[in-house]
Each structure stands twice: as structure tokens, then as C-alpha cells.
Design a protein around this ligand. Sequence first.
Ligand code: EPU
Length: 351
Amino acid sequence: MQIQENVPLAPLTTLGVGGNARYLVEVRSEPEAREALSLASERNLPLFILGGGSNVVIGDRGFAGLVLKMSIRGLEEEWEKGDRLFWVGAGEPWDPFVARTVAEGFAGLVLLSGIPGTVGGTPIQNVGAYGAEVATSIRAVRAIDRRDGCIVEIPAAACSFGYRRSIFNTEKNGRYLLLAVCYSLSKEENPELGYPDLRSFFSRRGGPPSLPEIREEVLRIRRAKAMVVLADEEDSRSAGSFFKNPVLEPAAWVELQRRAEKLGLVPPSYPADDGQRKVPAAWLLENSGFPKGLHRGSVGISRRHALAIVNRGGATAGEIVAFMEEIKRTVEATFAIRLQPEPVFVGFDTP
Ligand code: EPU
């Protein structure tokens, strides 16, 4: 395992901003993962675990500790009654794994096609799209418990999955180093095509679509929104959705409708748990002065989707954060809603 020093982190992320890692090790096996953890504790270095870099904002001063680049690969399949268990290394790229399950006739992950990043990131923020969430397919997570160095298998039921949340990004944040994820898929499953974009396409087409057709359509929609990372696509130089879709208590929902009505608007919304409403943050941005394509120098809003802040070339993390703060202030003043950022912030004084 080679310890590199002063490694630029921007090229390892899709947003492409930020400074250097003081140290960086690329970890390709479980023994190397243990070694990296020992190194961090011996030298008393803060640790940051980097996967695909598609959901992080690195600060301009970089990270004054050890970045562990998770590159454990590998995939093992096991039969379990009618189900198939896929044990996948945390460093495996996500979408090729999804493509493989689709080719083998499993529907469970097809709606999560085209999402950038690595397998290890998926349980942390319970990756979701088009009405599907990875939590539905996760059986267990294999990890090193950093408190005692033991390898543990955490069943899905103990992960407390919710909208863009799990124990790994909330109460147990930082405690586990994820090594592998076990997905349980069944041939009996059918994808739920209730999401408006998908429903309209498949109802026009007539007849039930095949899994490869569903995957193609999801990829087409994501590409149209620049939510597939492509080297020549400026609007995909982002961290995906920059804010979570707010989930509003009934009183906040009433207040939003009141304020929207004054502007002659009707906010879109979806039912959420316990009588709450989930509102698309993209709509809040568009209707408080941040339309697609708006820019401030080298930062801006994607021309294809209002929820992505893009680095138009040469942006700094400071510029990204200043733009984020401007958006948060304006949306709060317009709609009385405090947006929460969705990516992970690394190397900032306050998150
Ligand atoms: N909308 C706008 N303007 C836009 C885009 C969307 O007003 O430019 C409004 C429309 O009303 C639209 C609604 O927002 O109907 C929903 O938009 P979209 O279907 O694009 O989804 P989203 O809610 O903005 C979420 C996830 C995405 C995921 C998509 C697809 C979050 C924070 N984001 O976005 O996840 O791909 O649904 O299911 O929940 C990510 O987390 O990084 C991410 C890309």
C-alpha cells in the first residue's frame, strides 16, 4: 500500500473543486483497509473515505488528514432459495454492477441505472431515483467497526434507512468503514413504473417494457437532465442534486402553498410519511430566481436541471459554497423553507 502525499482531490470528484489531501492511500483489499485505518490512528490523522467522488464538495484548503480511496473490487453471487445474493466490493463502480443484474434478468436495481459513484456509497445515503431506493434491495453491509477493528456484518434492518439517510450518515457517522454490500434480488420482482417521466413514456409505447428497455429509458431521462456523468458534458460537472427535496410538516406545506399562491404558483408535491409532503427542491430554486442556466462567473445552475450546481470551469469551492448560501437565503426568504445540502462537505470549518 503506497502512501501518497499532497494529492489533488479535485480530479477525483465529479464537481472538480477543492485542494489537496495531506495523505492519500488507495485501498484494494481488506488487509489494506485495516492497514490504512491503523496508519490513521497511529499518526492521529483525521480520515475521509472517498468512493466515486460524485457526491462530495472538497474545500479549497483540501483535507489535512488521510484520504482512503476505497478501491476494493469483486463480486460474488450466491443462490438463496429463489433469490440471488450479490456480494459486491465497496469500490466497484455502481452502474456496471446494475447493468449486470439487469442483463441477468433482475429488476430490483434497474431504476437506479446511470447513477454515478461506487457501491460503497449506496447504503450510506440510501441512493434513490424514480421511486426506487437501494434500501429495498440491500440485505446486509460488511464493514470494519473502527471502535475495535472487528469486521462486522450489519443487517439492513439495523441500518435505519430513510430518505437519503442511514445510520452511516447520521448517528453512526464515521464509525464504520464499508467493505462490501450484499444485495438480494429476485426474478419475481417487477419495477414500479409509477414515476411520472417513466409512466408517460411507457404508456405511450403500449405493452409491458422489457428490463433492458426500462434501463435504456432511465439512462435517456438521466442524460437529458445531465445526471449521467460524461467527460464532454459541462452540465454534469456537478455533485448531482445539490439539495435534498424538503419533506414538510403540514403547517410548513400550508405556508408554502400560501406564499406560492401570492406568486400565482402551485407547488408540485408528493405524499411522504406521517402526513408530510415532499416538495421538489428544483421547483423551489426555479421559482425563487435560480432558473436552469443561471450563472455567476464559473459557477451556475445546470442548464438541464435546476437542482444541480455546476462548476463551469475553474470554479473554487468557495464560489460553490457562496452560491449555495445565496440560494438557501433566497429560497428561505421566498418560501420559508430551509434547504439542506445533499452532498458531503470535506475540509470545511463548518459543514
Ligand atoms: N423540477 C423543476 N425544475 C427542474 C427539474 C425538476 O422544477 O429543472 C421539478 C419538477 O416539478 C419535477 C420535479 O422537480 O417534476 C422532480 O424532478 P426530477 O424528476 O428531476 O427529480 P428531483 O426530485 O429533482 C430526485 C433525486 C435525484 C434522482 C431524481 C429521479 C433528490 C435530492 N434527488 O431529484 O437524485 O435522480 O429524483 O428520481 O432526491 C441525487 O440525489 O444526486 C440525485 C440526482
